[in-house]
Design a protein around this ligand. Structure first.
Ligand code: ADP
Ligand code: MG
Length: 402
């Protein structure tokens, strides 16, 4: 059964100037019991609005929220089986750990004897027994987070909601907390709905992710599916880094496609995609999937070019390879060797290889218009974004690839 279900959920805000903002637009989503589920998207895409509608702080303009199968319409926040963990944890500094965790139960009028047992149980779950008498300032950031979690858990919610809880922390602490939270969720086993704009955070922690843009869900999937098989350009671009090459399908059969990209050799992609000959597609290729080799004159390679930039990043080196006057690709090479003997220099001629199953074919895009004054400095990533917004086919009309 779904822990949380969003059915045709919409939210329209009316601003001070009376203009309507469609913050959430007919969203449908099922979050499974016991799942670590993330809502991921850029600032302003509607993540907080969804979370607030689940919690009951905001009411839908249309559609509904169901929790444990029950419609939540007209159910106030404190009668919903959910609890929210806020950024900065909002702990009371003058209260001890025990008092902080107990506070909500006192407000609910739970008798003292029961309170003590439930607080002990919650502190046990987050491994904070022995810390009952400390105050928040006597705890590390990680411990404070666990107090906040215990305070939410003590109310025995069916679902815990998190709105960018780690946003204010420095990178190292954030990474530690991500793993801690994930481990605690696995131990406790209750459903987490986690809002973040940080794609790496979502990939690290989640069982499944919904990627949002402009109040709509573009894709729902496991971290692997979202990263390896994005269903549209927005997702491919927002999660990790992607190269985009726009081309035309010149052959299509049950065994795969052949795609032609301007000045490059045609490429056969053995993926059984139902796309017609003539269809314009965008090939999305992750930088780490590109294998860079010295150009071998006399052999035909799909992509050849010149190294125009090389950035040493410690674990890997990020190379920009110019293919043609107006297209270039980014490749990432893992620094397997300690010495720099293995690296390419600016100006080196190279060829790029990629396993064709690693190419993601997106059924969207527009070929650049032929131009006499070819923009020599324009990378291919800009190919379709440099066109008028309405020019690009809407990816949402097409089904996901997998
Ligand atoms: N109370 C409100 N009144 C008017 N507009 C709002 C209100 N709350 C949010 N919005 C608008 O709704 C959109 C989604 O906001 P929000 O859910 O906060 O996004 P996110 O959490 O993804 O950054 C934004 O355009 C935001 O300006
Ligand atoms: Mg927000």
């Amino acid at each position: 059964m779904s822990a949380v279900e969003l059915v045709n959920l919409s939210k329209v805000f009316v601003g001070q100037d009376r203009r309507e903002v469609r913050a959430i637009d007919a969203v449908n989503l099922q979050i499974v019991e016991g799942e670590f589920f993330s809502l991921l998207g850029p600032s302003g895409c509607g993540k907080t609005t969804i979370l607030r509608m689940i919690a009951g702080f905001e009411s839908p303009t249309a559609g509904e929220v169901r929790i444990g199968g029950e419609p939540m319409r007209d159910r106030p926040p404190f009668h919903r089986p959910v609890n929210t963990v806020f950024q900065n944890y909002a702990l009371f500094p003058h209260l001890t750990v025990m008092e902080n965790v107990s506070f909500g139960l006192e407000m609910d009028g739970v008798p003292r004897s029961q309170r003590r047992d439930r607080v002990a149980q919650a502190l046990e779950l987050v491994k904070l027994n022995g810390f009952e008498d400390r105050r928040p300032r006597q705890l590390s950031g990680g411990q404070q987070q666990r107090v906040a979690l215990a305070r939410a858990l003590v109310k025995q919610p069916r679902v815990l909601l998190f709105d960018e809880p780690l946003g204010a922390l420095d990178l190292k602490l954030r990474k530690t907390m991500q793993l801690e939270l994930k481990q605690m969720q696995q131990q406790i086993g209750i459903t987490f709905v986690y809002v973040t704009h940080d794609q790496e955070e979502a990939l690290t922690m989640s069982d499944r992710i919904a990627v949002l843009s402009d109040g709509q869900i573009l894709q729902v999937g496991t971290p692997t599916a979202i990263y390896e098989a994005p269903n549209c350009r927005f997702v491919a671009d927002f999660i990790g880094e992607s190269n985009f090459l726009v081309g035309r399908v010149v052959e299509a059969s049950a065994s795969g496609l052949v795609v032609c990209i301007d000045e490059h050799l045609p490429i056969a992609i053995p993926q059984p995609l139902d796309l017609p000959v003539g269809k314009i597609v965008t090939l999305a290729i992750r930088p780490e999937k590109l294998i860079v080799q010295p150009e071998q004159p006399g052999t035909a390679a799909w992509l050849t070019g010149t190294v125009v930039e090389s950035l040493y990043l410690g674990t890997d080196t990020r190379l920009t390879v110019r293919l043609t006057a107006n297209s270039s690709l980014v490749a990432r090479r893992q620094n397997v060797y300690r010495t720099s003997l293995d690296t390419f220099q600016i100006g080196d001629r190279v060829q790029l290889q990629v396993a064709t199953e690693s190419i993601c074919v997106l059924p969207e895009g527009r070929l650049p218009r032929p131009s006499v004054t070819a923009a020599a400095e324009t990378p291919p990533v800009a190919v379709s974004s440099s066109q008028e917004a309405g020019d690009v086919e809407d990816s949402r009309r097409f089904p996901p690839l997998q």
